[in-house]
Design a protein around this ligand. Structure first.
Ligand code: UD1
Length: 386
């Protein structure tokens, strides 16, 4: 926990992280509050939704996150079990520490679970990365986003379209604040420290020749809609094999994906001569891989944004995106599972005709600073729950 108490805001600002994509969002927020709103005490709560060294501890180290003040150690489970476990374990922490507000980021199960507990106790909730919508209710994250935004008190948005989405859902514009993208704060703060891809491969005992030419693709896949069905996953691996025939690939495997490839007996669809497999990487390793890649093939939300900030073409293997600015202004192209579209985009990129894009408004490394300034002001003023 960090220093002093504040007149008017009794308890600490409780900052919640749970799963991998939360860590790079929360790190700059904690730093910005310490630097720009030092009167606010912060407290870091890790729900333990992600717990592996690769999925959690390493990112804490890379991002300079302090050790959590509280770890709820919930681990994996079905959506219901995981959400319920976070709620049951978070409630006593809230009762004990009586925070002035709870900050949640992104759209993972921990985000919604902590939001529900806090609002029902009249503790104000601040949602960072609010208003993004894929309009695909089959995506668990979409449910988490819609529900969190309905009940959260202060909504920080990364792109203006998110504000339009929120207003369409009846959210009072007074609750919405456009600050930019904290994930890009992390990227810009760490860009210089990124690890070179050859070093990353060597660290895993792999031949760095595949990245030595500077022409390689990076692949990540982990969405349940892409990796939980053997037929769909098998087909996607087939398309990746065709891409790999044109361009060597570094496939960074999420535990869910690696497990499913093994369980479904699909490992032989990956040609080790053209596709290098890596376990989940640290933040600096991943940043280095993306920054030097010729293209990125992914179904991640965060990578769509990071590639736009890096100016690297991104082919998103999903039917929709909740981050349309990456397509409209950035380097992102939605390709779904369409083999022909994917191969055509790959060929264009290899011919030097990939999207270059431009940096979206307020993706400038100062989003967390804006949050800290607004938060201090907002906490000092009258609020919905007062
Ligand atoms: C979660 C988020 C997703 C985010 C992703 C990033 C939800 C609904 N989904 O999905 O939005 O993009 O994190 O990774 O919150 N596992 C491990 N070690 C870990 C964590 C998980 O091996 O540290 C394995 C377990 O087998 C687990 C599976 O991964 O069952 C899925 O983990 P889970 O947290 O349920 O969801 P993700 O797929 O990681």
């Amino acid at each position: 926990m960090t220093a002093s108490s504040t007149p008017g805001t009794s308890g600490p600002v409780m900052c919640i992280v749970g799963a991998r994509p939360n860590f790079m969002k929360m790190a700059p927020i904690l730093r910005a509050i310490a630097a720009h709103a030092p009167a606010l005490r912060t407290m870091l709560v890790h729900t333990g939704q992600h717990y592996d060294r690769d999925m959690s501890d390493r990112l804490f180290t890379d991002l300079g996150l302090p050790r959590p003040d509280i770890n709820l150690d919930v681990g994996s489970g079905s959506h219901a079990v995981q959400t319920a476990d976070v709620m049951r374990r978070f409630e006593p922490a809230l009762d004990t520490h009586r925070p002035s507000c709870v900050i949640v980021v992104g759209d993972v199960n921990s985000t919604l679970a902590c939001t529900l507990v806090a609002v029902k106790k009249n503790v104000p909730v601040v949602h960072v990365e609010a208003g993004l919508r894929s309009y695909d209710r089959k995506m668990p994250e979409e449910i988490n986003r819609v529900l969190t935004d309905q009940v959260a008190d202060r909504l920080y948005i990364t792109e203006r379209s998110a504000g339009d989405n929120l207003q369409r859902e009846g959210v009072d514009p007074g609750r919405i604040c456009f600050v930019g993208n904290v994930m890009i704060d992390s990227l810009l703060a760490n860009r210089e420290q990124a690890q070179r891809p050859a070093q990353t491969l060597r660290a895993h005992g792999l031949d760095p020749a595949v990245v030595a030419t500077g022409r390689f693709g990076v692949v990540t896949l982990h969405r349940p809609s892409n990796v939980d069905d053997p037929e769909v996953l098998g087909r996607l691996l087939g398309v990746l094999a065709e891409v790999a025939a044109r361009l060597p690939l570094v496939f960074v495997q999420h535990p869910r994906t690696r497990g499913n490839i093994e369980r479904f007996g699909l490992a032989d669809r990956i040609d080790p001569a053209r596709v290098v497999l890596l376990p989940p990487q640290g933040y600096l390793e991943m940043l280095g891989l993306m920054a030097e890649a010729t293209l990125v093939l992914t179904d991640s939300g965060g990578l769509q944004e990071e590639t736009t900030a890096l100016g690297v073409p991104c082919l998103t293997m999903r039917a929709n995106t909740e981050r349309p600015i990456t397509v409209d202004e950035g380097t992102n192209t939605m390709v779904g599972d369409d083999r022909d579209a994917i191969l055509q985009c790959v060929d264009e990129i290899l011919a030097g005709q990939g999207k270059r894009g431009r940096t979206p408004e307020f993706w400038d490394g100062r989003a967390a600073e804006r949050i800290a300034a607004d938060l201090a002001h907002w906490l000092a003023g009258p609020r919905v729950h007062d």
